[in-house]
Design a protein around this ligand. Structure first.
Ligand SMILES: [Zn+2]
Length: 193
């Protein structure tokens, strides 16, 4: 049985996050429903697979939850976005490849929020220091929260001059910045340690 809070998160995902991904990245393999399992501040996602752990819900932090949902759903869309820019998604055989996937999921999630949920995007950006602290230190798979938010900030610095209100008229140049960021991650030009 879902708790009231879990129901709220599932409704938010299905009403806001999922349609945003399907609109921003057509063809991405997003599952029908969001799964929530017991655990800490983590989750997993891939084509057609998506789960968050209860620790994310238990933060009770609406902005963090929005970021975490965008990140995990980002994992579902990473292969589609890599295919679109013509660079294969990293194999997950070593630490660098795992970390590339984490940062690609972050950037993909933020890109979707930027395009389709600009209010949420701005809230995540303005809460990035808190989010970095919640994510904490690096582990084998993930760069530190601070590193991840620094890379998101780098993307924001390039997207922001276009102005959130003008995103639909400036879509093409924003798109080229995003592709440039993804290429630099995929080509190993960004330090993920
Ligand atoms: Zn992840």
């Amino acid at each position: 049985m879902d708790t009231a809070q879990e129901k709220t998160v599932k409704n938010f995902w299905i009403g806001t996050i999922k349609p945003a991904f399907l609109s921003a990245i057509p063809g991405s393999d997003i599952p029908a429903t969001l799964d929530i399992q017991a655990g800490g501040i983590d989750g997993y996602g891939g084509p057609g697979i998506l789960c968050i752990y209860s620790g994310i819900v238990d933060t009770n932090d609406r902005v963090f939850i929005a970021y975490a949902l965008a990140h995990e759903t980002g994992h579902c869309a990473v292969p589609t976005i890599c295919k679109a820019i013509g660079i294969p998604a990293p194999q997950t055989v070593n630490q660098t490849d795992f970390r590339k996937h984490e940062v690609l999921a972050d950037l993909t999630g933020m890109w979707v929020l930027f395009q389709c949920c600009p209010g949420l995007y701005s809230q995540v950006i303005s809460h990035r220091n808190t989010i970095a602290m919640t994510l904490g230190a690096a582990d084998f798979q993930h760069p530190s929260g601070q590193k991840r938010m620094q890379i998101i900030d780098d993307l924001d610095k390039q997207l922001r001059p276009n102005g959130l209100k003008r995103i639909f008229t400036k879509r093409k140049s924003s798109h080229s910045y995003m592709v440039g960021m993804l290429e630099s991650i995929l080509n190993g030009q960004v330090d993920l340690n």
